[in-house]
Design a protein around this ligand. Structure first.
Ligand SMILES: Cc1ncc(COP(=O)(O)O)c(C=O)c1O
Length: 443
């Protein structure tokens, strides 16, 4: 290895003589293009530097001006890291807890093969919050889904007595559960799957929100089906909200066939939809669910599986594990992510600000009925869909919003998702709506 020198912090962080604060957006892009994997196409000419308040990001670029060192732009965060920052950027309670535990409590980093005291705290908080018997910590959102998948299969063999290696996990069309091989195998998106095969067997898909299709599949193959593993509201697909009676009917159907209802609440959980968990909107309870994103309070990647005793209970030592899942700092962050959600009544905030946002979006739709086709949302998980036409391009809308100081991103060609922090203020929602109105008017 040639000599590598690393020094400093923030803009003054210097890697082999190159100071981060001196790099232009084009130079950042160049480094990513040449040294990174090309699996994202970020918005152009903008580089986020730091946080101004819980919903405002500051973007910085070096200035050639002799007076100013930097050109700074504010960005209202309409996405909050795909719902990972429900508690708001740098939530003070969570930051204080992290700093206190690192500096004052001398929190260690140890694996799960030795007990640490914060694990008990996390398990007590997470089981109470989810109203589930057992919780198993993981790190990324996809890992919580992946573990749910494994648990459903094992439950299928050991409790339901499905013949060995014959278990089926049912998913929904247009699902998104992350990027592991199992999640890739369940995906029906060609770009997600392209040249990553062979895929995991034992997966079948049904159309989302189609009770009859699910009933038909359960009638034909129910003895082999361990679980229906699904998002309660489909996020990446464009905030697709099922009929009000879909989940109650599906829950009853699952019970009838002794099939687990396994929810992926990675995006919909932690107050996002106006309830702590989206399934509470429908008065159903899954047998097992995966959580992630805001489970880490926007500070650390924290995820977990929560479930019924007999489902999570199939785990045995050696059958599952994770070096950083529930390590002391993650446990503390997990506890404080929950505490903040409760103390700051963030699910209620999501309802209030969500109603404001949806009402505003509906007004924009009324002003431009030839452009906007649909407005959808629960709490602060919202989206608007434009009519299918070449000029009504979600990416162009994102770029237009960026020019007006808003960070939001299309999910598909014609849908733009808006999922700001649950701490967002009334006037910030108005800024968001004014910008959307302006962009739609001009598109
Ligand atoms: C419903 C759902 N499940 C799983 C994931 C994967 O989470 P992660 O990217 O943290 O692995 C996501 C991410 O967007 C998601 O929306």
């Amino acid at each position: 290895m040639s000599k590598l020198l690393i020094d400093g912090y923030g803009d003054d962080l210097i890697i082999n003589g190159i100071r981060l604060g001196d790099l232009s957006p084009a130079e950042h892009q160049n480094i990513e293009t040449n040294k990174g994997g090309q699996n994202y196409s970020p918005l152009e000419d903008v580089v986020v530097s730091h946080v101004k308040d819980s919903s405002t990001l500051i973007c910085r670029k070096p200035s050639n001006d002799t007076v100013k060192n930097y050109i700074e732009e504010e960005l209202l965060d309409g996405l909050c890291c795909y719902s990972a920052v429900n508690q708001g950027q740098l939530n003070q309670t969570i930051v204080d807890a992290v700093v206190h535990h690192l500096v004052e409590e001398k929190i260690p980093t140890v694996p799960r093969s030795i007990r640490h005291k914060y694990m008990s705290g996390f398990l007590m908080a997470a089981t109470a919050f989810t109203e589930m018997d057992r919780v198993v910590p993981k790190v990324a959102g996809v890992e919580s889904w992946e573990l749910t998948f494994k648990l459903c299969r094992r439950w299928g063999y050991e409790v339901k007595k499905i013949p060995s290696n014959k278990a089926i996990i049912v998913g929904a069309n247009n699902n998104f559960h992350g990027r592991s091989m199992a999640a890739t195998s369940m995906s029906d998106d060609p770009e997600t799957q392209n040249n990553f095969g062979p895929f995991l067997p034992g997966i079948e898909l049904v159309p989302f929100n189609d009770y009859d299709a699910l009933e038909d599949l359960f009638n034909r193959k129910g003895d082999y089906i361990a679980a229906y593993s699904v998002e309660p509201i489909q996020g990446e697909a464009g905030v697709i909200i099922p009929d009000e009676d879909y989940w109650p009917k599906v829950s009853a159907l699952c019970k009838k066939h002794n099939i687990l209802l396994a929810f992926d609440e990675v995006q919909t959980g932690f107050g996002r939809t106006g309830r702590n968990f989206a399934h509470q909107l429908y008065n159903v309870k899954p047998d097992i669910m995966g959580c992630g994103k805001a489970a880490g309070g926007g500070i650390l990647p924290v995820s977990f599986v929560a479930g019924r005793d007999d489902v999570v209970g199939v785990l045995t030592p050696g059958s599952e594990g994770s070096t950083f899942g529930g390590y002391p700092l993650a446990s503390v962050v997990g506890i404080y992510a929950i505490k903040t959600l409760i103390d700051e009544k963030l699910a209620d905030h999501a309802n209030i600000r969500g109603a404001q946002l949806i009402e505003g979006l509906n007004k924009i739709k009324a002003d431009f009925p030839d452009k906007i086709k649909d407005v959808r949302g629960k709490g602060l998980l919202t989206a608007f869909e434009m009519h299918h036409a070449k000029h009504l391009d979600g990416h162009k809308v994102s770029v237009g919003l960026l020019a007006r100081g808003i960070y939001a991103k299309e999910t598909h060609h014609s849908t733009v998702r808006l999922a700001p922090a649950l701490t967002i203020k009334e006037h910030q929602i108005n800024i968001l709506l004014d910008a959307i109105h302006d962009v739609i008017k001009n598109i």
